[in-house]
Write a protein that binds this ligand. Structure first.
Ligand SMILES: NC(=O)c1ccc[n+]([C@@H]2O[C@H](COP(=O)([O-])OP(=O)(O)OC[C@H]3O[C@@H](n4cnc5c(N)ncnc54)[C@H](O)[C@@H]3O)[C@@H](O)[C@H]2O)c1
Length: 260
């Protein structure tokens, strides 16, 4: 049966591959991005988030079947905080009412295996408190403190997003409304975001030291699309608050059996 999917970050990489896969399978995809999409909005701003709701409501007629909150940035800047955490959470919360008309509503967010890297606690606390001005301020301080401190911004946003999913998935708004809400945590995927890490043999070897991927190494966005498509399909009715690592084994190497 044809379903209606909203995919953010649809113009590139994982979002583009997912939109293509779902379209090939006969579904309707409403692509959202800051450029080259059906709904063009900037998810780093309140205005852009309001325009997201307006644009998706108009494009869908008011009912959607699934949300794939995937847009993200990997720069060490405050904008990464605005897009990766507040943009993703706003996408899920603002669009959730549009799922109420679906027989099989589903939602998923794209976190990252980088959520396992050391986080900045002050930024993490501000994110999980939902305090965007404080989080942007802290990100500015990390940038001012230099490359190493600023380098914590990306992973911290992804840890916060994974934790937000864990906290919210079992609640009345999500599980209580029959909506499986989950996250994925990719390892290194070959997209424009990671071109600096995957463009040469030396670069690939260096990133694999940081992100060990013993199972088949760096992979293509289409492989992530298969997982996102399944998590948001009618077949997934019982996964709740899971963060599924699609990472060639980096989680199993880094965390071993400290989680299960
Ligand atoms: N590529 C990887 O190795 C990898 C690993 C783990 C997680 N991720 C995550 O996967 C998601 C997709 O990344 P990708 O690798 O496909 O990167 P990408 O850069 O190819 O695609 C990201 C898309 O998000 C869009 N975007 C950025 N800022 C936006 C904004 N303000 N408003 C609306 N759209 C915006 C971009 O325009 C782009 O089309 C991201 O959340 C990223 O953090 C990627």
């Amino acid at each position: 049966m044809s379903r209606t999917y909203v995919v953010t970050g649809a113009a590139s990489g994982i979002g583009k591959a997912t939109s293509e896969l779902l379209t090939e399978r006969g579904h309707r995809v409403i692509g959202v991005d800051i450029h080259d999409a059906e709904v063009v909005v900037d998810l780093s701003t309140d205005e852009g988030r309001a325009a997201l709701l307006e644009g998706v409501t108009a494009a869908s007629g008011g009912t959607i079947d699934a949300i794939i909150a995937n847009a993200g940035l990997a720069t060490s800047t405050p904008t990464t905080v605005a897009v990766n955490f507040f943009g993703a959470v706003s996408t899920l919360e603002l669009l959730r009412p549009l799922l109420s008309g679906s027989d099989a509503p589903r939602a998923v967010a794209t976190a990252s295996m980088a959520s396992l890297f050391p986080a900045d606690q002050e930024l993490l606390d501000a994110l999980l408190a939902g305090d965007e001005p404080a989080a942007l301020h802290r990100a500015g301080e990390l940038v001012a403190a230099g490359e190493q401190a600023a380098g914590q911004i990306y992973g911290t946003t992804k840890q916060a997003l994974a934790k937000w999913i864990r906290r919210n998935a079992p609640t009345a708004e999500w599980a209580g409304a029959g909506i499986p809400l989950n996250a994925i945590a990719p390892g290194v995927v070959e997209t424009p975001m990671t071109s600096a890490f995957t463009g040469s043999t030396e670069a690939r070897e260096a990133i694999l030291q940081q992100v060990p991927m013993p199972l088949n190494g760096i992979f293509a966005p289409r492989d992530v699309a298969y997982l996102l498509a399944w998590l948001t399909s009618e077949e997934n009715a019982h996964l709740c608050g899971q963060v599924v690592f699609i990472d060639g084994g980096s989680d199993a190497v880094i965390r071993g059996d400290s989680t299960w």
